[in-house]
Design a protein. Sequence first.
Length: 460
Amino acid sequence: MIFKLYSKKLEGDTQTPITIFNKYVGKEKGFLLESRDDKKGRYSFIAKKPFAEIQGRDREVTIIEGDKLTKRQGKILDLVKEYMSNFKVQPTDIIPFIGGAVGTVGYDLIRQSEKLPEPNKDLIGVPDLHLMITKEMIAYDHLHQQIYLLVIEEESEEGEKRAREKMLLMEEELSKDKEIEPIKNNVKYKKLTSNTTKEEYINKIKKSQEYMQKGDIFQIIISKRWTLETDEDAFMLYRRLRRLNPSPYLYYLNFGDYQVAGSSPEMLVELRKDKVYTCPIGGTKKRGVNQEEDKILTAELLEDEKERAEHIMLVDLARNDMAKIAKVGSVEVTRFMDIHYYSHVMHMESKVEGIKTDKDDAFSVLESFLPAGTLSGVPKLRAIEIIDELEEEKRGIYGGAVGYIAFDGEMDMAIAIRTMVIKEGKVYMQAGAGIIADSDPEKENEESENKVKALLKAVE
């Protein structure tokens, strides 16, 4: 069946993505994708009541369409690709994301394509992959302060009629007056714990350095998890996080029994037509108290041999991941060691580009990059084995990806860092540091603490 994107444009100068989400989605299942990046930040996307949900665990996929539930066995990404192939949508240039699959793809999904041990015990209990399939969506154009109502329906007279009826209902919901709670200056929580003490973390770093001395790995990311208890509304936590730590990738996903809120600085992979992009981040320093101190710290970061060595390894790994799906001779580094500033830290970032082969698509591209080298290590597979040994708990969403695969085959995925998973009154947060042979364990512990500070501030 051939589908078409139907759209309607409204004036939106009195609305924001937050007010739209509050009116249109509220407490229902749905998502908000935003950005604080000049290039990515023109549009925000809001949707509710997905047409379908796909949950993947181990080698089983559950597809939920209304009251219909279907279970399939096999490789998760292959089954998702097969399902998505049912939606052939006419190409359009109206908007960069027309609808499709939005959600999370876990760190451990690599085990389906590589020979790796079984994952560690799962203490959070969320799917390895969880996607909402959306055929109705609202896009907010920040540049022109306009709202697009977007509906995918059959390309037929009847399909157009249904789309117009749906857009009318969407418009009615947006026209309602609905109060929104002011953003809170602080949030009450009961207890904050970590699964790793400072001493344990330092010992894990030292153990990973022993593997480096043996020649097993050159670099690795060791992480730890923080958990706190709170009764606070998950969307309020997201609102606080987006204000405290504006980032290129901002996202809030309400899956019903749990929520994901994040402000990731790092792209995993982006696919536009046949062009593939990835932007590895490696090298981190705490922000200064003013501009002058920032300048001094920036110079120190760029001159730090340890940070430069780590970054070069990660860029090489990104080039290798790109080469798996790119045409020969198309892979190039177009930006190298740029400094990007965030609320609590600054990062060193590069950009790698390539042109995908004709046989590859969003799913094979995603599989090639997941998980990112900046969240695993070099070489990737051996680093993952050592992470399994040292971390003891399944990472789940952390270190995986959050974003979308569109019906037209395009994709944009962020690395799931600076991300909270909110479930049953608990908030789970995770952060790590990149370790090389001459890393100072004390400093790496401090780096992991700095990375999680923006998340902790959102719940303080």
